[in-house]
Design a protein around this ligand. Structure first.
Ligand code: GTP
Ligand code: MG
Length: 204
């Protein structure tokens, strides 16, 4: 899919204040520092559309980006960031869960995990939560530039094994690097196919 336009629309911490447009949207979620905001910049071909940082805890709000004037990408704060206070963490969690539970336009979530790490409890739990909510999701492995191809293969295999302890099948997954622009077409094609599917269902 060609990205013709990518515009920042609004940031907020209240799902009821998110844009009202009845268009499909895709949310990026995962631990702080996993590369959610960098991935949005890579996908949209913009250096700093979404704000990134070497320090975890950069994204603190629900951020809507309008793509090609007909769908949204949503950048969210990370979960599992130890250095924000417990109260702040709870508040994050509440507005993030409100977002996932109330946002009608949400079509699919992307759960980002760092390809270098073995499966983390917090990610597995978040995916189970999405399953309970009936929210479709895919996994995006990030920072693939940090590993050699053999190690990537081994880690994805290990991750799949762990997932199959809980799930009947592995969800769709993508191997990406924002710094080396790996996996861009695959993620964008997935979104395009999903958008096409939604439009054909709507027109039935
Ligand atoms: P929060 O907003 O704090 O939740 O973090 P985030 O998940 O949005 O992460 P962000 O995109 O801000 O990136 C965190 C750090 O990881 C930054 O220093 C990025 O430059 C780095 N990073 C992100 N993606 C990649 C990647 O594909 N490869 C490498 N090597 N570094 C990356
Ligand atoms: Mg961020």
């Amino acid at each position: 899919m060609l990205i013709k336009t990518a515009e920042f629309i609004i940031s907020n911490s209240d799902v009821s204040k998110c844009p009202k447009d009845p268009i499909p949207e895709y949310a990026f979620i995962g631990r702080s520092n996993v590369g959610k905001s960098s991935l949005i910049n890579m996908l949209t071909n913009h250096k700093s559309l979404a704000k990134t940082s070497g320090k975890p805890g950069k994204t603190q709000l629900i951020n809507h980006f309008l793509i090609n004037k007909n769908w949204f990408l949503v950048d969210l704060p990370g979960y599992g960031y130890a250095r924000v206070s417990k109260t702040a963490k709870k508040k994050f969690q509440k507005f993030i869960t409100n977002y996932f539970e109330q946002r009608q336009q949400l079509v699919s979530a992307f759960v980002l995990v760092d390809i270098r790490h073995e499966p983390q409890k917090i990610d597995m739990e978040f995916m189970e939560y999405l399953g309970e909510q009936g929210i479709p999701f895919s996994i995006i492995f990030t920072k693939a530039d940090k590993l050699k191809p053999k190690a990537i293969e081994r880690n994805v295999e290990d991750y799949t094994k762990e997932m199959l302890n809980v799930w009947e099948e592995m969800p769709p997954y993508f191997i990406t690097s924002s710094s080396k622009t790996i996996g861009r077409d695959e993620v964008l094609n997935f979104i395009q196919d999903t958008n096409t599917e939604i439009n054909s269902l709507r027109n039935q």
